[in-house]
Design a protein around this ligand. Structure first.
Ligand code: GAL
Length: 705
């Protein structure tokens, strides 16, 4: 523990170095992984940035605020102001992505509490619109290729232009999106991308940041190429082999009818081919897309699991006249999942209790502009706790989070943002599924969270059914859930595949709510999508409302929540529920419950905003991980309280623990499964020592002094 701060600093420094080196490294990786036909180049570096204005066109770089006839949308390529190619942006700030400007602006009590009281939003038109511009060159030799720009996530409501040509608008702050640049580029010259981002409106009730906070990519392919998110791999386990169904969508973006050969093969983790050989022929009309699929048998597969997160790679090769025009690689895992109404969740035929957390995506210092290595660090911290699952509440995550979960063996409940069936809402769900359906870590889609106006009524039943049917068409291999906070037995809870219990103390108003639901819907699997909401401040062992500190004993909870121990004990005793996702893994900005300004962040985390464990981390580690744990709290510095009772707790999975103060035994106690131990100890300065015993032998000690 003592070295933890140093370790975090080192991690942060490495993360910065890694991100600084990324352009080259990722570009090289992308190029070396594909054929000459395909390149994927990181576009994170060398952007210009300036604030525009949400309500004053003149301060939003509009050269003609009165509005002339031929600007912006009147004619192709007639953008105005900062959207034009030749706008002079030399006075703008230079920065690299990912970037979150909300984290940079001051705090203000006029800001939105749920978003961490930043000077951003409807009250702050001067800091709620940001413009980004980047100039890049395209070689003359690229003429004839298909060239796209891909944004992994922009918060929010972005409009994009290239060389003054309008490309489109994306309102979602979380969905990935992209545009075709091919016809608008200057080949053998410079090109300018301009992005206007308007973060005046919020999507969620938690800190969401502002700006281009995820990676941006330039994609180059042949006119004949695998479509964006164009492969879909699914696996079926046989006796001693696996059938891998590989589907691919190919686009012919040329003006000619073509025919091509498709070969799909599988490489193991060492890069050795293990299946393939079949060649399919595909005929595509000019401008058309067509799908091909093949079933490949992998003998003696190594299965993807939390303990052995082994990945294979599907290589899709598109050839014309004997030469390869595109080569597209899709990492995947071979694994089987099943949800059972009585026994919970199964991975590769074995029941796995979901010991999960919900998380938002921001981190200390960087806001939502989280470097890849920091995302991996967060997953690693959770894994150390014994956590095996993450719910990406309440939005599609950054792709790199899923990569880390694939690599580290963490199961993911992948969550959608907007609930409904209009094209915008279904479009978000579609992009989530198409983007993420090859990740072995993703075991269920969450189509939404606590939709209060409909979750308990018949509109909820219908909307949920429509969204779910839509999801099944895109991905027949996974079920859907929705996090439901009330009206259990009605509304969404009737039509959803897997019932999502949000807070057993709240959803049905009673301890027995899950059981009643299960009795009424005996064929429906279920999972606790959210629970606990226990809050605590790391290293604090008194209630100190003046400083907005909450003690780190497992005792504080809001009206709708419950302590970590009460929550886990409740669900551990109900194997028909597949497991739970505790609110939350990490503290996050916003939702400063139970305080108000000047508090600016939540304290629900099992780890704090920087990723340091609070004491409850060790409660979960004791009962979720498979290694011995002994953790003593509080600290032992209470000058002035000599002779007074101090509550001493131990989180441990040892069978017995004996506590000593300055060598004097304070008693040996037997641990109850899923619980903790407590002593009242009269304070005297010195050393408080706990000895943990299993099978009568001392196996661990912990002390505070
Ligand atoms: C839940 C909600 C979460 C968070 C949490 C705080 O009801 O789904 O987003 O607000 O409460 O306890």
């Amino acid at each position: 523990m003592k070295n933890q701060p140093l370790k975090i600093l080192v991690c942060a420094a490495i993360a910065i170095l890694v991100s600084a080196n990324q352009e080259l490294t990722l570009a090289q990786i992308s190029q070396s992984g594909g054929s000459p036909g395909r390149e994927r180049l990181l576009m994170d570096f060398g952007w210009r940035f300036a604030f525009g204005h949400a309500t004053d066109p003149a301060r939003d770089f509009d050269p003609d605020p009165a509005g002339s006839t031929f600007s912006y949308f009147a004619k192709a390529g007639t953008a105005a102001g900062a959207a034009t190619a030749d706008f002079d942006d030399r006075g703008w700030r230079t920065l690299d992505l990912p970037h979150d400007w909300a984290v940079e602006v001051p705090f203000s009590n006029r800001g939105s509490g749920s978003h961490g009281y930043k000077a951003i939003g409807k009250n702050f038109p001067e800091t709620s619109v940001g413009w980004y511009r980047k100039t890049f060159s395209i070689p003359a030799a690229d003429l004839g290729r298909h060239i796209t720009i891909e944004f992994d996530g922009v918060f929010r409501d972005s409009q994009v232009w290239v060389n003054g040509f309008y490309l489109g608008r994306e309102s979602s702050g979380y969905s990935g999106f992209g545009y075709d640049l091919t016809d608008y580029l200057n080949y053998g010259g410079n090109n300018t991308i301009a992005v206007r981002v308007d973060a005046s409106l919020e999507e969620g009730w938690f800190y969401e940041g502002a700006g281009i906070y995820r990676h941006v990519w330039l994609g180059k392919t042949a006119r004949l190429h695998v479509a964006k998110w164009g492969t879909f791999v699914s696996t079926e386990l046989k006796d001693s082999s696996a059938d891998v169904t590989a589907r691919v969508m190919v686009n012919n973006d040329s003006a000619k009818d073509v025919s091509c050969e498709i070969e799909q093969s599988i490489l193991n983790a060492d890069g050795q081919p293990v299946a393939g050989g079949e060649i399919k022929t595909l005929a595509l009309k000019a401008g058309a897309s067509s799908e091909s699929s093949v079933v490949l048998n992998v003998p003696s597969p190594k299965l993807w699991s939390c303990e052995t997160p082994v990945r294979y790679k599907l290589v899709t090769s598109v050839r014309q006249g004997g030469s390869e025009v595109d080569r597209y690689e899709t990492p995947f895992g071979i694994r089987a999942i099943r949800w059972d109404a009585n026994e919970g969740f199964f991975l590769n035929g074995r029941r796995v209790e979901l010991k999960g957390v919900c998380d938002h995506q921001d981190h200390a210092g960087v806001g939502v502009a989280v470097p890849d290595e920091l995302n991996a660090f967060r997953v690693e911290q959770l894994k150390k706790m014994g956590c095996n699952a993450i719910r990406t509440s309440h939005n599609p995550p950054t792709p790199e989070l899923l990569d880390a979960c694939d690599r580290l063996g963490i199961l993911v409940m992948d969550e959608n943002r907007e609930y409904g069936i209009n094209p915008q809402e279904l479009g978000q769900l579609e992009r989530l599924i198409l983007r993420d359906r090859n990740h072995p870590c993703v075991v269920i889609w969450s189509i939404g969270n606590e939709e209060w106006s409909i979750e308990g009524n018949e509109k909820g039943t219908r909307i949920t059914q429509t969204m779910q049917t839509f999801a099944h068409v895109l991905d027949p291999t996974r079920l859907c859930t929705v996090a439901i906070s009330g009206g259990w037995g009605n509304g969404s809870s009737i039509s959803i595949d897997v019932m999502g219990f949000n807070y057993f103390t709240h959803g049905d108003g009673a301890e027995t709510g899950n059981d009643r639901y299960h009795a009424r819907f005996p064929d429906k699997p279920s999972v606790a999508t959210e629970d606990a909401s226990t809050f605590s401040t790391r290293g604090i062992y008194v209630q100190d409302r003046d400083h907005q500190h909450l003690s780190a004993y497992d005792t504080n909870k809001p009206d709708w929540g419950i302590t970590a121990e009460e929550s886990w004990t409740h669900y551990a005793a109900r194997p028909y529920v597949a497991g739970l996702f505790q609110w939350t893994g990490f503290d996050y900005r916003g939702e400063e419950t139970p305080f108000y300004w000047p508090a600016i962040s939540s304290q629900f985390g099992i780890l704090d905003l920087c990723g340091f464990p609070k004491d409850n981390f060790y409660y979960y580690q004791a009962w979720w991980s498979d290694h011995p744990v002994l953790h003593l709290l509080p600290h032992w510095n209470w000058p002035g309280r000599e002779g007074q009772d101090i509550d001493v707790w131990v989180h441990s999975n040892c069978q017995e623990v004996e506590l000593f103060l300055n060598g004097q035994s304070q008693g040996r106690k037997t641990m109850t499964k899923n619980s903790h131990l407590e002593w009242k100890v009269k304070y005297a300065s010195g050393i408080l020592l706990a000895r943990g015993y299993t099978g009568g032998k001392e196996i661990l000690t912990d002390k505070v002094e």
